[in-house]
Structures are given as structure tokens and as C-alpha cells.
Design a protein around this ligand. Structure first.
Ligand code: B1M
Length: 207
């Protein structure tokens, strides 16, 4: 019988080997994959995300937890694909054209995955055409990250293009503000990765 509290603690404290051990054993014992996610890993990422938002933990702690989460997800994801577990929704994410910063974007992606969303990660330097390549997967939200004042302006093109098609666009990154999001007509802004999950939850009515 899997100790889900131990799994949760291992993810939150970033113990990657421990997560791998517990998840491997759970998979070998044919535990319900939904339980592994819903009782262990997802609450762990939600809780550490909330702590991060309250400044109780910082980027390094969040990064190690994210890596531990990723280690567990790597084991579960291929099996989940076979069970047909439905994701809460689909989000395509990328850092905008001209911008190569991806640490924050990766955190947002992993928090979304951890929360139960399917994430199409388009990487960095994404222009509208690159975001368009995700359309065959039918994302409901485009999530756009920028770290440079010179590249954030491109978000306006992404917002205009996709909102015209009825797809929501959310933005974030160090130089972004709510005022800027309002100015360019984005569907939403969040200042951190956990806030991005809450924003997507709200936009898609998922929770
Ligand atoms: Co660069 N860089 N950098 N850099 N870099 C900054 C951003 C800078 C502020 C440093 C400085 O001058 N003090 C500055 C920007 C100045 C400005 O525009 N105002 C800068 C510069 C100038 C540059 C170069 C131009 C330097 C040069 O070559 N002369 C160059 C540009 C390259 C390019 O992109 N074309 C450059 C290059 C690099 C490295 C490659 C060396 C490296 C990036 C490595 C990588 O990402 N793989 C790098 C780094 C590491 C930084 C700093 C030090 C750290 C950024 C980071 O990862 N933070 C940064 C200075 C700083 O921020 N102190 C700096 C941690 C990360 C977790 O935070 O990405 O903000 P962040 O993400 C947060 C939130 O913003 C939010 O959630 C995350 C956490 O909760 N968030 C979202 C992010 N995306 C979101 C999306 C959402 C919602 C929330 O919804 C969609």
C-alpha cells in the first residue's frame, strides 16, 4: 500500500530519488494512477506553490520540488496516456520571440502539469507561427512568458492573433504587470507560477 503522505512530502522536499522509488513501487503494485497523482504528487505541487506565493519558500525550493515532480511524472505519464485519464484542460506555453529565458516558463509548465493540465511546451523564442503549431492539439489557453522589456512588446501580437480566434492568452514574467496585460487585452496575468495555475483554473472553470 502506497504511503501518499510520504510521496507528498518527498515531492515537496525535492527528494527526487525518494519520489522515483515510491512511484516505481506504486506502479509495480498496480496502484491506481489517479491516486498517485491526486493523493500524492498534485497536492504536493499545489501546497509548495501556495507556500511560494506566500514567500514561505523561494525559487530554489520550488525548482527542486519541480524536478522531483518531473521524476514522478516521467514514470506515470506514459501509463496515463493508456488509461485515458482526462486532463483538466490543455495549455500551450512558450517564451516569446527574441527571448531565451526559460526557467520561469518551465516552472509554470511543470506547475500546470502538476495541477492536472496537459501542457504543450513550445520552448523559447516563440513567434505567432510557433504558437500556431500547437493548434492541432487544440489548446484552450496560450501561456506566454517574457523576461526582457524588449521582448514583452511582442506579447501584443500573440494576444491579438489568438484572442481573434477565441483562444485565451495569459501572460507573465518579471517585467509584466497587470496594467500591461490590461493594455494589450490579455485574458489574464499572474506574477508567479502558482498564480498561473489558479488563473487557468479560473479561466477554464476547472476548480
Ligand atoms: Co538574462 N536578463 N539576459 N539571462 N537574466 C534578466 C532578465 C535581467 C533582468 C538581468 C539584469 O539585467 N538585471 C535582464 C533584463 C533587463 C530588462 O529587459 N529589463 C537580462 C538581460 C539584459 C539578458 C541579456 C540581454 C544579457 C545579454 O546578453 N546582454 C540576455 C538576453 C538573451 C535572450 O533572451 N535573447 C540574457 C541572457 C540570460 C541567460 C541566458 C544567461 C540566462 C537565462 C537562462 C535560462 O533561462 N535558461 C539569464 C538569466 C538566468 C537571467 C536572470 C539572472 C534570472 C532569470 C530567472 O531565471 N529568474 C535575470 C535577472 C533576475 O531576474 N534577477 C535576467 C528565475 C525565474 C524563476 O523567474 O523567469 O521571472 P522568472 O519567472 C517567475 C515569474 O516571472 C513568473 O513565474 C516565475 C516563478 O514563479 N512567470 C510567469 C514567468 N513566466 C510566466 C508566465 C506566466 C505567469 C507567470 O503566465 C503565462
Amino acid at each position: 500500500m502506497t504511503d501518499y503522505q510520504a510521496l507528498k512530502n518527498a515531492v515537496m522536499s525535492g527528494k527526487r530519488d525518494e519520489v522515483t522509488k515510491i512511484v516505481s513501487a506504486a506502479v509495480a503494485a498496480k496502484e491506481d494512477l489517479n491516486n498517485i497523482l491526486d493523493k500524492g504528487m498534485i497536492p504536493a505541487m499545489r501546497e509548495i506553490g501556495d507556500k511560494f506565493s506566500r514567500n514561505e519558500v523561494y525559487v530554489p525550493e520550488l525548482l527542486v520540488a519541480a524536478r522531483a515532480m518531473q521524476a514522478g511524472l516521467t514514470l506515470v505519464e506514459p501509463l496515463l496516456a493508456k488509461t485515458g485519464r482526462k486532463p483538466l484542460g490543455r495549455v500551450a506555453i512558450g517564451t516569446v520571440k527574441g527571448d531565451l529565458h526559460d526557467i520561469g516558463k518551465n516552472l509554470v509548465a511543470i506547475m500546470l502539469k502538476g495541477a492536472g493540465y496537459e501542457v504543450i511546451d513550445l520552448g523559447v523564442n516563440c513567434d505567432v507561427a510557433k504558437f500556431e503549431t500547437s493548434m492541432d492539439k487544440k489548446p484552450q489557453v496560450i501561456a506566454c512568458s517574457a523576461l526582457l522589456t524588449t521582448t514583452m512588446v511582442y506579447m501584443k501580437d500573440v494576444v491579438q492573433h489568438f484572442t481573434a480566434k477565441g483562444i485565451k492568452v495569459i501572460i507573465g514574467g518579471a517585467p509584466i504587470t497587470q496594467a500591461y496585460a490590461d493594455e494589450i487585452g490579455a485574458s489574464g496575468y499572474s506574477e508567479d507560477a502558482n498564480g498561473a495555475v489558479k488563473l487557468v483554473d479560473k479561466l477554464l472553470g476547472a476548480r
